[in-house]
Design a protein around this ligand. Structure first.
Ligand SMILES: Cc1ncc(COP(=O)(O)O)c(C=O)c1O
Length: 307
């Protein structure tokens, strides 16, 4: 955010509803999920646009007839809520805590076009999506768009604490003042990060994420035919969500809790997300095997039949 401000000389930002960008003062203010906004006095100059959540479109539209109205609304936000020159829009290529919300294929292209018109940057928050999870090194590559800045963390260290940002030379070179950081450039974390990158390449984990992700998604789609509580299955690679719903499509968080507890007792720990806390969120280790995926699918089948 600082780099975008230095480069554009603007300090206004746009984020998406249902986003999650962190727990620091600024990144929490960029977060669009009420339960994670625990700051009683959020930072100003941040504006929110509707998220591309086709299963529950915040604009009540249907894709593709909507002509990406959620993306088009970003222009309305720029025109009506900012000075007209925001620094950047920050977005997760696939929203994680929102419940694995995958935008339509052409969404980010439209977003980039709009931002370019106003001299604003696109920041891709790849903290959850980055480093092979979606079958590509970075999830934004699935949308054929090159962001101006990316933030990365989690998978880079495979458990070691490390985070980083990536940008173009043109943008990064505007940051000319001295900088220092207590933990920045930590040699142990950096060595771990480099080793992780080697391991991802050597073991071809991008291919594994795609193959095992397809297997998991297809298996969940089969279960959806059998159990109407699975309202939607979505995701790319090994970042998949299954949304649990009641007969009227309202969120079914209690049922999901029950299913997750049963699965935990059988040895399967699966994530939970979504604003309605009703999305089973799969983001397993990238080394997961075909047998592991079969086992979890069988376990879900067993538990759903029981509950
Ligand atoms: C998409 C995304 N961005 C950023 C963060 C960084 O959060 P933190 O402030 O906990 O490092 C997270 C953490 O969960 C995240 O999921």
């Amino acid at each position: 955010m600082l780099l975008a401000t230095i480069y554009t000389k603007s300090s206004e930002f746009i984020a998406l509803q249902n986003s999650l960008h962190g727990r620091t003062k600024l990144t929490m203010s960029l977060t669009g999920i009420g339960m994670w906004r625990t700051d009683p006095n959020p930072v100003g100059g941040i504006h929110f646009a509707p998220n591309p959540y086709c299963y529950r479109c915040p604009l009540g539209k249907k894709y593709p007839e909507c002509d990406l109205e959620c993306a088009n609304k970003i222009e309305t936000v720029i025109q009506t809520s900012t000075s007209g020159k925001p620094a950047a829009l920050i977005a997760e290529p696939i929203q994680g805590n929102a419940g694995i919300v995958v935008p339509p294929k052409n969404y980010f292209k439209r977003v980039k076009e709009i931002l370019k018109k106003y001299g604003a940057l696109l920041i891709a928050d790849e903290v959850q999506t980055g480093f092979a999870r979606t079958g590509k090194m970075f999830a934004i590559e699935n949308f054929d768009v090159v962001p101006d800045i990316m933030s990365v963390a989690k998978a880079l260290g495979n458990g070691q604490p490390i985070s980083a940002f990536i940008s173009t030379a043109e943008i990064a070179d505007t940051y000319t003042r001295a900088g220092a950081s207590t933990l920045g450039g930590n040699p142990v974390s950096s060595t771990a990060g480099l080793a992780v990158l080697d391991y991802i390449a050597e073991k071809n984990l991008m291919a594994n994420a795609k193959e095992r992700g397809d297997q998991l998604k297809n298996g969940l789609l089969e279960l959806q035919k059998k159990y109407s509580v699975i309202g939607d299955v979505r995701g790319i690679g090994l970042m998949i969500g299954a949304e649990f719903v009641n007969a009227d499509k309202s969120p079914a968080p209690q049922l999901l809790d029950k299913v997750l507890e049963e699965l935990k007792d059988m040895g399967f720990i699966i994530g939970k997300g979504g604003v309605g806390r009703n999305v089973m969120a799969f983001q397993p280790p990238l080394v997961i095997t075909a047998q592991n995926v079969d086992d979890v699918l069988n376990a879900i089948d067993f538990v759903l039949a029981k509950v």
